[in-house]
Design a binder for this molecule. Structure first.
Ligand SMILES: NC(=O)c1ccc[n+]([C@@H]2O[C@H](COP(=O)([O-])OP(=O)(O)OC[C@H]3O[C@@H](n4cnc5c(N)ncnc54)[C@H](OP(=O)(O)O)[C@@H]3O)[C@@H](O)[C@H]2O)c1
Length: 382
């Protein structure tokens, strides 16, 4: 089966390598016919082209593997490929989470499918596990450490008592964090992954803007000192919960108890757990990023399409996100303490307090109303 590869960077070059190496008979059934690159300096392989139309209009190419990243032209190229009756595999969570409804509708209309194993959890077979679980069970909820960069920063801050800015700079030096780290540290990367996990786990499409999202940009050493004094560990957690007519979906730092399975997930690893009626809690841990682990997940999708073995169904229902249903107790550190008078249960330092048990929406609304852009909020495990 002939593949057109879009992008020849970290993930794309890994996909090309795994397919060219052809370690198994299944992978040897695949061939990369064309590779779209952006710059003449990247024309390093005779299959490289600067012209997307050479891939789009090649009838031999049945699958387009999009590994370019960004919203455009990734979205337009994926859509054009579907309209030409080509399958699309993508590692690009931002693009797919943003344009899921449009691309899925286009896929259904053209009798093909969109596949996205690598978009969530890198090399961890999370999407495949959800598909497999759902053959027997409905998924009730999932939660996970979906972002290795923030896990790395939080772990080093905890173990070495370092400041956030210092650890972020080190993560950037090691290539874990982008020069513009906003997607990681503001929780957006996790938001995209939570959205796509809801698509897979619950068969729902949702507006990503409705996913309540808090990141770790404002975390300070004193927040982790509170955790240490109370035997808690801070992790950035993405969650999805199915409630029938609606879903809950949110991203928030959590202060976890030491016996929580996620408390000891090290450095840049990812860990994701689903909960369903007969299987119960099932957790998956592994490399959430990296060239070959992520490319492995892309190639798994390609093999599934070739074998016609992927139960991917792009026909989904739109369901609203409502985070009123999720209640918790929150740690908030803010210079605008007085703005939270109604929800404070007890103060834990000059600027930090623990809330009464309230809904996530109530906590989020209070944070927004305070106007304090430097506040830090975390949910405290009960
Ligand atoms: N890296 C990971 O471990 C990982 C893990 C999971 C998911 N992902 C996702 O996978 C996608 C790709 O990530 P990556 O790390 O491989 O990024 P990358 O190393 O920057 O590779 C992307 C490549 O696509 C090229 N490109 C961009 N626009 C193009 C265009 N219009 N035409 C042709 N080529 C174009 C880029 O060229 P220029 O450099 O010249 O712009 C670059 O070589 C992203 O959506 C990312 O979120 C990555």
């Amino acid at each position: 089966m002939k593949i057109g590869l879009l992008g020849h960077g970290v993930v794309g070059s890994g996909v090309r390598k795994i397919i060219d190496d052809g370690a198994t008979w299944e992978v040897r059934e695949l061939a990369v016919k064309r590779i779209l690159v952006k710059d003449e300096s990247e024309l390093t392989d005779p299959r490289c082209t600067l012209n997307f139309d050479e891939i789009l209009n090649d009838p031999e190419i049945e699958i387009v593997a999009e590994c370019m990243g960004g919203l455009e032209p990734a979205h337009t190229f994926a859509k054009k490929a579907l309209e030409k009756g080509k399958y699309v595999v993508t590692s690009n969570k931002k693009m797919l989470a943003t344009y899921c409804e449009d691309l899925f509708e286009t896929a259904v209309r053209n009798g093909v499918t969109v596949h996205y194993e690598a978009s969530c959890g890198g090399g961890i077979p999370w999407m495949a596990a959800l598909d497999r679980t759902r053959r027997v069970d409905d998924i009730d909820s999932f939660r996970g450490i979906f972002n290795g960069t923030t896990n790395y920063i939080l772990e080093r801050m905890k173990k070495e008592g370092k400041d956030f800015d210092e650890m972020l700079a080190e993560a950037q030096k090691l290539g874990y964090a982008e020069r513009d780290p906003s997607d990681d540290i503001d929780g957006y990367d996790v938001k995209y992954k939570v959205s796509l996990s809801c698509v897979k786990a619950f068969d729902t499409l949702q507006d990503i803007n409705d996913i309540t999202t808090f990141g770790i940009r404002n975390i300070r050493r004193e927040d982790l000192e509170y955790c240490a004094a109370n035997s808690l560990t801070c992790k950035l957690i993405g969650t999805g919960e199915f409630h029938g007519d609606y879903i809950s979906a949110f991203v928030i730092p959590m202060f976890l108890k030491s016996d929580d399975v996620f408390s000891n997930i090290p450095l840049n690893f990812n860990a994701i757990e689903s909960d369903s009626k007969t299987l119960g809690a099932a957790a998956f841990v592994g490399q959430g990023a990296g060239s070959l682990p992520t490319a492995h997940a892309v190639v798994q999708n390609l093999v599934d399409i070739w074998k016609n073995q992927d139960p991917e169904i792009n026909d989904k229902a739109v369901r609203p996100v409502d985070n009123q249903a999720h209640t918790g107790v929150y740690y908030i550190r803010t210079a605008k303490h007085a703005a939270f008078a109604d929800i404070i249960d007890r103060n834990v330092s000059e600027h930090a307090f623990i809330t009464k048990k309230i809904s996530l929406m109530q906590a989020a609304d209070a944070c927004a109303a305070s106007g304090d852009e430097k506040l830090f909020i975390a949910e405290v495990a009960q």
